[in-house]
Design a protein around this ligand. Structure first.
Ligand code: FES
Length: 371
């Protein structure tokens, strides 16, 4: 935007062709006079009142030139690809359960299910990256460039009208009205990216906790407690005051983070002071108690056991749980006790669970009490 007109104050103004200015714009021009002016005149007039100084103007490529056509193709292709990747994201997000073989909505070690999250990240990342690249290309290669210095002041009717003209002028200068390829690709990409960003809301439609996966683990009545290498444990295998991390003896049990459990052999004086939580008397087996290893604050694995104080410490935010008090929190940000696993021994003398946990393990979530 340039102006060659005199911008010095001193005229009554108000004509179709603006003259020099001397006072407030609303005094110089009535709404009718402003409405009668062309967009270019309003744009120019607003710039003068705003004290805009145009330092440099580069009008961009000549309309219809080979340079412009090439830039339009580049930008259009980039926007279209962004839209394509956004649609691929949507296809994977909502369609994987329909058309992929052996699909499971839980994460598995192999197959398509294992690719679900990486594919979502890949397609969303490419769509957003191409969206950004397209905008940069469009701005650099097709928009007119100007350097202007402008003073800031309060708004008025005059400002609103002239600013509106400036914005319309910006759209006009952008060439979007005549560069149909870019407009269409922009609409395609906008629709695709917009839908892609809305898709995750679909997770609110379907209950992700159907079947109560958040409230259950692989522990069940009769499931043995085994070490990480799969070996079962008998009473007497541990020294008094020691802690062993155990897992359910089910396929992949040692890979299930919510099932990780601490089997603790209490010392005789700890057994005497044992005070289980209400309704949990008899969940220990002799000197042994078993608690979830997942911190009830934010889900870190708790594992630092100080037998002198009977406390388990979570290294993340220093919550402490008293194993003789039903693993109730006695320090730090955690507010719930570590869930206790009822244990016993089977006919061969190995430790088994007597049921699953009776409450959800891990950190609190918004509807935990409803599970
Ligand atoms: Fe354990 Fe925060 S996760 S204290």
């Amino acid at each position: 935007m340039t102006t060659t007109r005199d911008t010095r104050p001193g005229s009554t103004g108000g004509a179709d062709t603006p003259g020099p200015l001397h006072s407030g714009p609303d005094e110089d021009y009535t709404p009718e006079q402003l409405a009668a002016m062309s967009r270019e005149d309003l744009d120019r007039l607003g710039a003068r009142y705003d004290g805009v100084e145009i330092v440099h103007v580069d009008p961009g490529p000549e309309p219809g030139s080979a340079l412009e056509k090439r830039a339009v193709r580049q930008v259009g292709l980039t926007f279209t690809l962004a839209g394509v990747f956004a649609l691929l994201f949507i296809v994977v997000y909502v369609g994987s359960g329909w058309f992929l073989p052996d699909w499971h909505w839980t994460i598995t070690e192999g197959g398509w299910s294992a690719l679900f999250t990486p594919l979502l990240g890949l397609f969303m990342g490419l769509a957003l990256a191409l969206f950004g690249i397209g905008l940069v290309l469009y701005t650099k290669k097709l928009l007119p460039h100007e350097t202007a210095v402008q003073d800031k002041h309060d708004g008025s009717h005059f400002d609103r009208v002239t600013t509106g003209a400036t914005l319309v002028g910006g759209y006009h200068n952008s060439g979007l009205g005549r560069r149909k390829l870019i407009t269409r690709s922009l609409l395609f990409m906008g629709g695709g990216v917009g839908l892609m960003l809305l898709m995750p809301l679909g997770g609110l439609i379907k209950n992700p906790n159907k079947g109560n996966p958040l409230g259950t683990t692989s522990w069940a009545k009769g499931v043995r407690l085994v070490r990480d290498d799969g070996t079962p444990i008998r009473p007497g295998d541990q020294e008094p005051g020691s802690l062993e991390t155990v897992f359910p003896a089910v396929p992949g049990g040692n890979r299930q983070p919510d099932a990780a459990t601490m089997l603790i052999r209490l010392r005789p004086e700890q057994v005497e002071s044992l005070s289980p939580r209400e309704g949990q008397a008899g969940w220990a087996y002799g000197e042994y108690v078993a608690y979830s290893k997942i911190c009830t604050h934010a889900g870190c694995p708790v594992s630092l056991y100080e037998q002198e104080t009977s406390r388990i410490l979570c290294p993340c935010h220093q919550s402490q749980f008293d194993v003789t008090q039903g693993a109730k929190p006695v320090f730090g940000p955690a507010t719930r006790a570590l869930p206790q696993l009822p244990i016993g021994v089977d006919g061969e003398g190995f430790f088994i669970a007597r049921s699953d946990y009776h409450e959800a393990v891990g950190p609190t979530y918004w509807n935990r009490e409803r599970i």
